[in-house]
Design a protein around this ligand. Structure first.
Ligand code: SF4
Length: 63
């Protein structure tokens, strides 16, 4: 498995301010719901990432 040196993010990343300092691991992109007021689905189609791609994110050495 080829290792990455940074976590993959499908941007823009939407998250609440209370999670601003949390480490994000994206296991999916977009959203399966379609709330009228939300802009997230205009830019991203919903998909679940492949487990091997998620494992590459988890193997990154942050030190
Ligand atoms: S579509 Fe609805 S559930 Fe999905 S991210 Fe937007 S507000 Fe949240």
């Amino acid at each position: 498995m080829q290792q990455r040196n940074e976590i993959y993010y499908c941007r823009p990343v939407f998250r609440p301010p209370s999670e601003a300092n949390s480490l994000l691991i994206q296991v999916s992109e977009g959203c399966s719901f379609k709330c009228d007021f939300c802009m997230s689905n205009l830019r991203k189609k919903f998909l679940i990432r492949e487990i091997e791609e998620i494992k590459k994110d988890l193997d990154i050495n942050f030190l």
